[in-house]
Each structure stands twice: as structure tokens, then as C-alpha cells.
Design a protein around this ligand. Structure first.
Ligand code: FRU
Length: 424
């Protein structure tokens, strides 16, 4: 990849590297970067559906926005099947874990609303059945565009393929609630190109998803982050000196970590409306470190770019590891160079005693971090678990320079607005 190629008036740098040496600094259970234990007696938002990735309605600058005093969130959602013979075990009991693990294949975009930023009321599906072109509606971002209530929902249309798409609709409020109208025409934006971003043909396990559009506070242009993998045939990537970083003697062996090729992608809009996009080289790559940097997003604070992304234990490469949770990097300008927060990148991980308690953390500019409950152990050995599929307690976090600190815990699914828009 060539450095400093001018494209649409922007000058991307070489991608920053999350190195194996950085990842060796990850310390699970450091109290300043560990999510408080989630109790197994958590409340469930809705017993008919599982919810996971949570996408607060926001503006292009990242501010979580309510409309006419109503907070709105979008969630990836799937029906629960407690009575479906397909999900009963040999004894005729509901195998909720299997149902939960199958959810990605039937993920749909739903919305919820609230007067208090918690205790979310069920809104329903955003798009009617048949509107979205593929089987799965995967994560993205709902953007409130103006005081007419227009909303651009950017999301990922998956299976077949994986395409970043958007659909425009409108949020309508009454005294009694919120509805989403329109959302009838899905516009494909772009797919992986095989030159910067890995395609399905190059790797059946490729990732290309989770659009997060934003206005750059510095140049005012419209950009979009997304999850990708570095282009190239599976197995062909090199984990060289740069990817390894400054490791101690005895840590040079990279095992099979060439299969881990995550990156944070970026695209720039050619038009003001965000209908026409140009992919740019990744902002950050994790070759030899991790295979997934999901749901990338920014917090713009103190003139810096705080880049957050979620990742898993199971997606780390040989010889490096870390908890499921959110990782972060900071730079003085959009195109980097990015430095891992807290030295390692780890910002908020699950405690090792409850490694799957939460996931899909979203850091908001007010320092609150929302996530969903995956599963929580109900006995000492961790063999019995309770499946979540609901909102986790919100965590309070302070961001200072190149460090972050857990400083508080709030109610389940607490996502208060940062500003309110009165609709005309
Ligand atoms: C994160 C995630 C996203 C994806 C969705 C699929 O939890 O893996 O990257 O869009 O879930 O269900």
C-alpha cells in the first residue's frame, strides 16, 4: 500500500499497527479496565426476543440524540423459540443456548423508545419483511439527519455476501410513543474490494460490516468506519517485524497467527448525502494479533480521536490473548498514527470469572459504555449459565490522555440523551 496517496482531498497515512508486543501488555482483571461482575439475576428487556448489538440514535458528530424527549435505540434482534421442536433437547426442555447461538442467521433491526433513557419500550421492526435484500440485517448506525425527523440507517446486508447499505426513513413521535416510518428502499453502498479489504472469495471467514458514519470535527467531511480484514488470500499474510513489534527475547514465534488479519476500515463520502463512497486504506490493522475488530466507533475528545472497537478472546492469534470486550486507540489526527490506549489497547474487558458476561460495547461521548448480556454463570464452576440476550448494566468510564478508567456503574441499558431535538 502506498503512503500518502491523495484521494478526494484527504491524505491517508499508512495504517497504524496493533502489534503483538502491544497485545502482550493486555492484563485481564485489571480493575481499571474490567467490567464489574454482572449478576445472574439480571432483568430481561423482552421475553419474546433476544437483543444484542445496541445502536443509539445519534447525530453525525456522535451525540446520542433524543427526539421530542423520547430516547431511541436500535438493536439487532431475533425471536426466541421456547416452543419450537427444533430447539428442544432430548428431555423436551428448551435449549436456549442453541437458540441464542443461532441468532446471527436471523438477525433483524428493531427499535425501542423510552422517556428515561432506560426501561425501553418495544417499537418493532424498522424495515418490513422483504425490504432488506439479504437474510441478515447486521449492525450499523441510525443517524438523525435533521429536525424533520429524517433518519439514515446505515447497516450491513449479509447472506448472500456482505454489503454496506443504507435506508432512509423518518422518526415520528406522539405523546404515547415513537414509530419509524418509511425505511422502504435499501441502497447498496459498497462491498470489500479484494485490494484493501478481504473478500469472501479470498477467505470464507472474512469480515466486512458495521458501518459507523461521522463528520470529522477537523475537516468537516463525511467519513465512515467499518470492520474489515486485510485483503489477500487466507494464509498469505506475513507477520513480520512490524506486526510483531518490540517483544522480549523468546516471544518471536508467531505460530499460525498469519490467519488473524482484522482491520478498521474507513471510507470517505464523495457527496454531502452519503450516497456515494470511496474506500480508503484501513486506519488500523491487527495482522498477527486478532481476526476481528468489530463495530469500530469514535469518541472525539480534547481534540483527539479515540477509536474504539470490540473483539473476542477466540479471535486472537497464537501466543497472544485478551478478554472479550472493547479495545481502544488514540491519535491526534484522523489518519493517525494511532497508539493503543492503556499501552495494550484493552479498555473494558470481561472479568475472567465470567468471560462471556457481556459483549458489543459502545462507548458514548459522555463516557457511558453500553453492552448486552451474553451469558452469566449460575454456579461456582461456571458449567451452568443463564443466557442474556438483553441490555447489560451501563458502565461509566473516564478517558484521560492515553489512559481509561472504569469509574461507575449504572442501570441496565441506561443510554441517556446528550441532546434533544424538537421535531418540526
Ligand atoms: C457484534 C457482531 C457484529 C455483527 C453482528 C452479527 O456482536 O458480530 O459485528 O454485525 O454482531 O450478529
Amino acid at each position: 500500500m502506498k503512503a500518502n496517496t491523495e484521494k478526494f482531498g484527504v491524505t491517508p497515512n499508512q495504517p497504524s499497527l496493533w502489534t503483538r508486543a502491544d497485545a502482550l501488555k493486555v492484563r485481564a482483571d485489571d480493575p481499571t479496565t474490567t467490567q464489574p461482575l454482572v449478576s445472574a439475576d439480571f432483568p430481561v428487556l423482552n421475553n419474546d426476543v433476544f437483543i444484542w448489538d445496541t445502536m443509539p440514535l445519534r447525530d453525525l458528530d456522535g451525540n446520542v440524540t433524543s427526539v421530542d424527549g423520547w430516547s431511541v435505540i436500535f438493536t439487532l434482534t431475533a425471536d426466541r423459540h421456547p416452543n419450537d421442536p427444533q430447539y428442544l433437547d432430548e428431555d423436551g426442555n428448551y435449549d436456549i443456548l442453541r437458540d441464542w447461538n443461532d441468532r446471527h442467521g436471523r438477525a433483524k433491526m428493531y427499535y425501542w423508545f423510552s422517556r428515561t433513557g432506560k426501561n425501553w419500550e418495544f417499537g418493532g421492526r424498522v424495515m418490513a419483511e422483504g425490504v432488506s435484500p439479504t437474510a441478515r440485517e447486521w449492525a450499523g448506525t441510525p443517524i438523525l439527519l435533521n429536525d424533520r425527523g429524517e433518519v439514515d440507517l446505515y447497516y450491513t446486508a449479509v447472506t448472500p455476501g456482505a454489503t454496506i447499505v443504507k435506508v432512509r426513513g423518518r422518526v415520528v413521535t406522539t405523546e404515547h410513543g415513537v414509530s419509524m416510518v418509511g425505511f422502504e428502499k435499501v441502497k447498496p453502498l459498497f462491498e470489500a474490494d479484494g485490494k484493501m479489504y478481504q473478500t469472501e472469495a479470498q477467505n470464507a471467514f472474512w469480515g466486512f460490516r458495521d458501518p459507523w458514519p461521522f463528520r470529522d470535527p477537523h475537516d468537516g467531511k463525511l467519513y465512515m468506519l467499518f470492520e474489515g480484514n486485510v485483503a489477500g488470500e487466507r494464509g498469505s499474510h506475513k507477520v513480520g517485524e512490524a506486526e510483531i513489534g518490540d517483544v522480549p527475547p523468546g516471544y518471536e514465534d508467531v505460530g499460525n497467527s498469519r490467519y488473524q488479519t482484522a482491520c478498521v476500515g474507513i471510507a470517505v463520502a464523495r457527496d454531502a448525502d452519503g450516497d456515494d463512497w470511496e474506500m480508503l486504506p484501513p486506519l488500523l490493522t491487527a495482522v498477527g494479533v486478532n481476526d476481528q475488530t468489530e463495530r469500530p466507533h469514535f469518541v472525539f475528545q480534547d481534540g483527539k480521536y479515540y477509536l474504539f472497537t470490540i473483539s473476542h478472546t477466540f479471535t486472537y492469534g497464537d501466543g497472544v490473548t485478551g478478554p472479550d470486550g472493547v479495545y481502544g486507540f488514540v491519535a491526534d489526527s484522523l489518519f493517525g498514527p494511532y497508539v493503543p490506549l492503556n499501552g495494550s489497547g484493552l479498555v473494558l474487558g470481561n472479568p475472567s470469572s465470567q468471560p462471556f458476561q457481556t459483549y458489543s460495547h459502545y462507548v458514548m461521548p459522555n463516557g457511558l459504555v453500553t453492552s448486552f448480556i451474553d451469558s452469566v454463570p449460575t454456579d461456582e464452576t461456571g458449567t451452568q449459565i443463564r443466557v442474556g440476550g438483553t441490555e447489560a448494566p451501563t458502565v461509566g468510564m473516564k478517558i484521560k490522555g492515553q489512559q481509561t478508567f472504569v469509574v461507575g456503574e449504572y442501570d441496565y441499558g441506561y443510554i441517556p440523551p446528550m441532546l434533544d431535538v424538537t421535531l418540526k
